[in-house]
Design a protein around this ligand. Structure first.
Ligand code: DC
Length: 218
């Protein structure tokens, strides 16, 4: 039986940083499910699918073959045979992923891939519906969050460090909008599972959060 750690939470709460750190410490595989939804969104953008047309998205998603490989310990997302890691972190793909991920057919396909991975390997998996839907029997379940202001500031600092020009208020607005979409969608909305431990990282360091999750594994 594999050991599964599930982490859900809104965009910018630090899920991937924490999940990667915990995975490294435990010698587990880190599964970034958001990257799979992003790859699917990229496919829809490349095929010029109208993102308001859920019927078209449901049909087109049958043709998107998404798979995950690990190269030097890094998760690589493949879309129809091509590594798309470098293409899925743009603001356009972020916004598109939030829209295409509401389509049930997209979710069914990607949830199956995630469940297969977790059944085979010890994983730390992060996303929006991991505790509630993908791995309801995970050994450890965490809902990781932080205030909108703190998450926006973290994103702003990240972009500034890369030399990207950006506006803090604009980022705050985008995060609030994305939260709203992710939390109010009918299909697998972002909610804290009843048996998940709430961790608010607003005033915590990365090490403190990782420490907290490691302690839940004991
Ligand atoms: O975590 P992220 O920002 O990379 O996620 C991109 C989008 O994918 C986000 O808007 C919500 C969606 N998503 C989802 O619906 N379910 C998941 N398990 C992971 C991400």
């Amino acid at each position: 039986m594999s050991y599964n750690i599930a982490i859900d939470g809104p965009a910018g709460a630090g899920k991937s940083t924490i999940a990667k750190k915990v995975a490294k410490e435990k010698g587990f595989i880190y599964v970034d499910t958001g990257a799979m939804y992003r790859a699917m969104a990229l496919y829809m953008l490349e095929k010029n699918v109208d993102l308001a047309d859920t019927v078209a998205i449901a049909k087109m998603c049958e043709n998107a073959d998404i798979s995950i490989k690990y190269e030097d310990g890094v998760q690589c997302v493949y879309l129809n045979g091509t590594n798309v890691n470098d293409k899925i972190r743009t603001p356009d793909v972020s916004a598109a992923a939030s829209k295409t991920s509401v389509v049930p057919e997209v979710r069914v396909k990607l949830v199956q891939l995630q469940q297969e991975l977790a059944a085979k390997e010890n994983v730390v998996m992060d996303g929006r519906d991991i505790c509630t839907k993908v791995l309801p029997n995970a050994d450890v379940k965490v809902f990781l969050t932080a205030s909108v202001a703190v998450r926006a500031k973290r994103r702003y600092d990240e972009l500034c460090a890369k030399g990207t020009e950006c506006d803090l208020k604009e980022i705050e607005k985008e995060i609030a909008e994305r939260d709203h979409r992710d939390m109010t969608r009918t299909e697998s909305p972002l909610v804290q599972a009843e048996d998940a431990t709430l961790v608010d990282s607003s005033a915590m360091t990365i090490d403190e959060v990782a420490e907290k999750i490691m302690s839940l594994c004991k």
